[in-house]
Write a protein that binds this ligand. Structure first.
Ligand code: AMP
Length: 188
């Protein structure tokens, strides 16, 4: 069952249904038991992609946002378009070993083992107002690692924005101190 998390005009609700229909469920990818939410059909539809950016970006039009912190790899796509709309830059959070300059690093637990994400030490500055953007919130481990990187630098996290949230995994519980928004919540 899916629920549109956003309360907007009737017109916009119709398009959120369209948005929901444009998420392709792929069972057992990349591992057995995982239902992968493929956002490719959203990206392939220019009007829909633009609408996603307009809805999320609309929340920040009158706020000063200094940078959008984008999470490897599908967060890069939504976050870049959003940065163009808001007239700011992006700062990359990447998986370990991908960034060429000096980095801060944070490790986090996965179902089996652990992973690490990194950010350039000068990607954002102390006191910057930033948004964190990714395509999907699952357990929240990745987003929390992103939050920890930004907190190390001392920038101010205005909100975290996701297109999809798997709410049955309670990822929000790891992000209690922050504003967390998603366009579509998948409840089971
Ligand atoms: P998590 O750290 O568990 O919140 O996982 C979030 C990250 O993993 C995001 O960068 C997502 O792109 C990716 N991810 C996790 N689960 C899924 C899923 N079911 N479908 C698509 N992407 C996922």
């Amino acid at each position: 069952e899916r629920r549109c998390a956003l309360e907007t005009s009737e017109e916009a609700i119709v398009s959120l249904e369209t948005l929901t229909a444009a998420i392709r469920d792929i069972p057992d990818f990349p591992k057995p038991g995982i239902m992968f939410k493929d956002i490719s059909p959203i990206l392939q539809d220019g009007a829909l992609f633009a609408e996603v950016i307009d809805i999320i970006g609309g929340r920040y039009e009158n706020q000063q946002i200094d940078s959008i912190v984008v999470i490897d790899a599908r967060g890069f796509i939504f976050g870049s378009a959003l940065a163009y709309k808001l007239g700011c830059g992006i700062s990359l959070v990447r998986k370990q070993g991908k960034l060429p300059w000096k980095t801060h690093s944070v490790s986090y637990d996965l179902e089996y083992g652990s992973a690490a994400v990194e950010i350039h030490v000068d990607a954002v500055s102390d006191g910057d107002r930033v948004l964190i953007v990714d395509d999907l919130l699952a357990t929240g481990g990745t987003a929390k690692a992103g939050v920890d990187l930004i907190e190390k630098i001392g920038a101010c996290i205005i909100a975290l924005e996701f297109v999809i949230e798997l709410s049955f995994l309670n990822g929000r519980d790891k992000l209690n101190d922050y504003t967390v928004n998603s366009l579509i919540a998948v409840r089971d």
